[in-house]
Design a protein around this ligand. Structure first.
Ligand SMILES: *Cc1c(COP(=O)(O)O)cnc(C)c1O
Length: 354
């Protein structure tokens, strides 16, 4: 039996979207490939509210995170972390011999503009990474206030991880001054895993030109130049199957309407938050709670593994806490094409099991 997924990726994919993955292959150097890739770029620009170049990568989101921190850090990166995915940026820097410092918030707390100001005012850094939506703690960072600080430092390349939030909540890339905005297909976009997408600003291009060793497959400058020169084509063979599905899913997203889509995510989040506060407690402060997933503090000391097993027998699946937060918290994702009535259905079922 297929379990209905309420986990923060991969998410359930609608059958008609999944079917697009079975579109017959075309040559990746054909005009048709250029047309498909250009179509996706234009739609992604709209979804990201940006005029910057869109780049696709046949990796998951972590691939583009690695490419970004390695390709664009000239001096030193300031990595702000509010959980496991924030720390990943630092591990990527260390693994690539990129100088970086880690600035961690207490679990469940956001990155504050003050922390960013304090770090950047030292003048030591030329790249910043921020996790927009931390999928372990369920914190959505106050990215507008953070971006106001970053804008005061024109040398900074601003990298934003929106892997679990883009297409589920508004991220205005150009207004926020984000240089590299990164997302993956398998979360709020509602597609199978295997492709990542980013925007790439002129500032990021100029920064990368000053970095000598940018790797090869994830060298974002060479990717950028290739796309520009070869009419949206890619240096190596991309997952055309994902591209067909992505192009179609973006049409579906615009047909729903961006505001409607963001509102649906917010509504689902509010329902889960109210339920969590009634039955348990929210892990982050409600002010910083994510619109795409909710991390719930296990105040009743239930056995989360057992609950999930019982849910599984009924055809549903939620997530245990991530890493150290396992059993101390659990997570309910409400992203992609999940609907309000499905979320209510799940919560009613959990009520009968706890
Ligand atoms: C899932 C996730 C990642 C990792 O993305 P992959 O596509 O699995 O590589 C990074 N950051 C956040 C916030 C995530 O939720």
């Amino acid at each position: 039996m297929h379990k209905k997924l309420f986990i923060p990726g991969p998410v359930d994919v609608l059958p008609e979207v999944l079917e697009k993955m079975a579109t017959p292959m075309i040559g990746h150097r054909t005009k048709d490939a250029s047309i498909l890739q250009k179509s996706i770029s234009e739609k992604m620009m709209k979804l990201m509210y940006t005029k910057n170049q869109i780049m696709l990568s046949t990796t998951s989101g972590t691939g583009l995170m690695e490419g970004a921190i390695r390709s664009c850090t000239r001096k030193r990166a300031a990595v702000f972390s509010v959980g496991s995915f924030g720390k990943r940026w630092h591990e990527l820097a260390v693994g690539n011999n990129v100088p970086a410092d880690l600035f961690e918030s207490e679990m469940g707390q956001p990155t504050t503009p003050e922390m960013v100001e304090e770090a950047l005012s030292t003048g030591k850094y030329d790249l910043v990474t921020i996790t927009h939506n931390e999928t372990s703690t369920g914190v959505m960072n106050p990215v507008k206030a953070i971006s106001d600080v970053i804008k005061k430092y024109p040398e900074i390349v601003f990298c934003l991880d929106t892997v679990s939030s883009l297409a589920g909540t508004k991220i205005d890339v150009d207004d926020l001054g984000v240089d590299i905005c990164i997302t993956s297909t398998q979360k709020a976009l509602g597609l199978p895993p295997g492709m990542a997408i980013c925007s790439f600003s002129e500032k990021a291009v100029e920064a990368a030109k000053q970095v000598e060793f940018r790797g090869y497959y994830l060298d974002l400058l060479s990717l950028y130049k290739y796309i520009q020169k070869k009419d949206h084509q890619y240096p190596s063979t991309p997952s055309l199957s994902h591209m067909y599905a992505l192009d179609y899913q973006l049409d579906r997203i615009f047909a729903e309407g961006l505001e409607n889509r963001f509102e649906r995510h917010f509504e689902m989040a509010e329902i889960v938050r109210d339920w969590a506060e009634d039955r348990f407690a929210l892990f982050p402060d409600r002010e910083f709670a994510s619109n795409t997933l909710t991390t719930i503090k296990n105040t009743r000391g239930i056995n989360v593994g057992d609950l999930n097993k019982k849910l599984g027998e009924k055809g549903y699946m939620i997530s245990n806490g991530y890493g150290d937060l396992k059993e101390k918290t659990f997570r309910i994702a409400h992203m992609g094409d999940r609907q309000v009535n499905e979320v209510k259905e799940l919560l009613e079922l959990i009520n009968t099991l706890i």
